[in-house]
Ligand binder design. Structure first.
Ligand code: CMX
Length: 425
């Protein structure tokens, strides 16, 4: 008989807890990292100071989810990826069916969420709308209700999983509905009882289906952005807020606020803007020389080239490669896609010559916008919302596991500049 996600995780938890207790007891004093002044000042880059089992990012390989390089699992759908993030395995066909049915049983977005979204200023950024909607839904939190009643520590993960399922079950509906509200596309389109998560999201946005290609693109998009280990701004923020036992609605909303920054998730809106600016300036798809000139002009004006560079990666992001392959298959002649592809040839050379960025290669944000644009999603400000719908999977999976393992409240030690100066004397 097919097991539910909860039953599958419940069977794994005793072993995971035992493993952690043993590690703490037998090796608690073992040193795994040292900290330099540069790291303390420079965003804690590279310090190993937290545990995340859902995925790792290797500088020379990119995203690896539960031991599987992302390029090997791009044929999977997001529901399978969510299950993988939480349990370390893919669901069987029957488990997947059961999981999809269970997700749909969480019902619809409460009406008060739509009212709040409709009352927001017409100029609100879509990320502010999404974060507000998730926070507003905190009213539904099973975790808060159970905590208020009183529950044992060992049970925390159960209502956390329930809240995670509710966020998963509704975030795409919220995201699609607010797109239609914000950009005056008509009333929100209700979710379908039959479609998969990504296919339903594409349909609820109201995008032209293009013989099923839009749904295919959406499945790929939502799979590729699902998680990027634990220390990036959004995951780390979500983790810290969750570690105070704030429920998943608080924690995910906080994480998404971090994703809204231009050095993080917002780079995807900036990126397509940059590409379209070059096309405007040069009246169509620019030549390689024109791209080179424009890249230098950007750098000389003190700006970064969005979509390039990374805090951890030192190679072309495999997620960019996956988007590029999709583009070559379905839209090879599209001038925006062709420009993105040409930028990929030129910008790394320019950044190497510039000599500042440690990684001159494209990250995930460099290519995704061209695909969205091609399938009719032309409102750049909305792009980070798509990233968020996907990244919610990673944040939620990490929260559930942390509550299952009883991970401690986050509280690193900060030091003053005076203390640092004293240390180096
Ligand atoms: N264009 C120009 N300069 C860049 C650059 C780029 N794409 N990437 C890095 N640099 C510069 C940095 O600004 C920094 O300059 P200063 O010394 O003057 O401060 C220098 O190169 C060294 O930076 P780094 O160590 O290589 O990179 P960081 O870890 O500090 O920052 C990141 C990483 C992603 C913020 C940075 O590469 C960047 O700003 N890229 C453009 C924005 C972007 O694409 N962000 C999306 C990242 C993926 C995601 O999280 O979604």
């Amino acid at each position: 008989m097919a097991k539910t996600l909860k039953e599958t995780l419940a069977a794994q938890i005793p072993k995971l807890r035992e493993e952690r207790v043993t590690l703490m007891k037998q090796h608690g004093d073992h040193q795994i990292s040292t900290v330099s002044v540069a790291q303390a000042i420079g965003g804690m880059r590279g310090i190993k100071g937290m545990v995340c089992d859902t995925s790792v990012v290797e500088p020379d390989q990119g995203l690896i989810i539960r031991g599987r390089p992302i390029m090997d699992i791009t044929d999977k759908i997001p529901e399978e990826i969510f299950w993988l993030l939480i349990t370390g395995n893919f669901p069987t066909a029957d488990e997947l069916k059961l999981f999809q049915k269970e997700l749909k049983s969480y019902g619809e977005v409460p009406n008060y969420v739509w009212k709040v979204l409709k009352a927001m200023p017409k100029t609100s950024h879509p990320m502010a709308m999404l974060d507000t909607a998730i926070l507003t839904m905190e009213n539904e939190s099973a975790y808060r209700a159970r905590y208020t009643e009183g529950m044992k520590k060992t049970e925390y993960w159960e209502p956390t999983l329930e809240d995670a399922m509710r966020v998963m079950a509704t975030i795409h509906t919220i995201a699609a509905g607010m797109y239609r509200i914000r950009y005056k596309k008509g009333d929100p389109i209700p979710p379908s009882k039959k479609l998969d998560w990504a296919g339903d999201y594409a349909k609820m946005l109201g995008l032209p289906p293009k013989k099923g290609e839009t749904a295919k693109m959406m499945r790929l998009y939502l799979t590729l952005h699902c998680d990027h280990e634990g220390g990036n701004v959004s995951a780390n923020t979500c983790h810290t807020v969750g570690s105070a036992l704030s429920d998943p609605f608080y924690a995910v909303s906080a994480g998404l606020n971090g994703l809204a920054g231009p050095l993080h998730g917002l780079a995807n809106q900036e990126c397509l803007n940059w590409v379209l600016d070059t096309m405007k300036k040069f009246d169509g798809a620019p030549s390689e020389d024109q791209i080179r000139d424009y890249a230098w002009e950007t750098l000389r004006s003190g700006k970064v080239i969005p979509g390039y560079g990374h805090a951890v990666l030192r190679v072309t992001d495999p997620r960019f490669t996956a988007f590029n392959a999709f583009g070559k298959k379905y839209m090879a002649k599209d001038p925006v896609f062709q420009t993105v592809d040409r930028v990929f040839k030129i910008v790394p050379e320019v950044l190497k010559e510039h000599g500042k960025a440690k990684n001159p290669w494209p990250n995930v944000d460099a290519g995704s916008g061209a695909l969205l644009y091609y399938y009719g999603l032309k409102e750049f400000q909305y792009y980070t919302v798509l990233f968020s719908v996907s990244r919610a999977m990673g944040m939620l999976a990490q929260l559930v596991l942390n509550r299952a393992l009883g991970t401690a409240i986050t509280r690193p030690k900060s030091v003053s500049t005076e203390w640092l100066i004293d240390q180096v004397k």
